[in-house]
Design a protein around this ligand. Sequence first.
Ligand SMILES: Nc1ncnc2c1ncn2[C@@H]1O[C@H](COP(=O)(O)OP(=O)(O)OP(=O)(O)O)[C@@H](O)[C@H]1O
Length: 262
Amino acid sequence: MTGQTLAIEGLTATAVIDGQRHILVDDLSLAVQQGRILALVGASGSGKSMTCSAALGVLPPGVTMAAGRVTIDDVPYGATALRGRHVASIMQNPRSAFNPVRTMRDHAAETLRALGTMGADAEDRIAHCMQAAGLEEVKAVLSLHPFEMSGGMLQRMMIALALLGDAPFLFADEPTTDLDLVVQMRILELLEKLVEERRLGVLLVTHDMGVVARLADDVAVLDHGRLVEQAPVMTIFHQPGHPVTRMLVNAHLSLYGMEAIA
Ligand SMILES: Nc1ncnc2c1ncn2[C@@H]1O[C@H](COP(=O)(O)OP(=O)(O)OP(=O)(O)O)[C@@H](O)[C@H]1O
């Protein structure tokens, strides 16, 4: 069973800085398959987040998508149609994603409204997604404000909200960066489980090659906005082809050794 394929094709994002046009993402193409995790790696500033933002039509002010399109099984989709319904997203620093004066119940209701799916079964769906994200005490958690929750709980809630749309794809932008090591591991285990159980296709932005070794099936390497290498994870670690890939792998190996990826 192969499932759907989401393709980003010829994506180019530009910004005018001090009167000069800069290319932040340069004619980038990649494909994410349902049931697989594609890690998007590269040095800081290489364009990983901008790639996700451009594909989902949520670029920051001043940055323009100059070219490109997103297709699912060769059918092109506009960003508004993609977001939530076909592609869910989670990002780093979950605390900043929540409104500090609203409860989790408010956030869940707002997500359902945005998806246009506030049906009679709304409560059940919220509970189901929260449980899938490892939040068992549904009623208690729904009554909490962000400041009453840990970073790990907030990230689980963000994942629960992402699951509400039942999208086949998930873009996860550094989902564990701001969490402590134990919580990081639990969130990674959760992502792995969701890919297995729901056959999500995940585009995982990370700078952490340990996370790549642990989770990814395939790896795409960015350098200055360009895709310089794409290969299965084992090839990336054992036969990195591009100097940037070698640099990322060597930096990881010099810190942690080969055991983690054997
Ligand atoms: N609002 C903006 N306007 C113009 N340029 C921007 C803006 N935000 C980011 N950039 C530039 O776009 C490029 C790509 O940034 P991006 O955030 O995608 O990098 P990244 O690979 O995700 O980095 P990191 O790992 O540090 O998050 C960088 O050169 C960055 O300086």
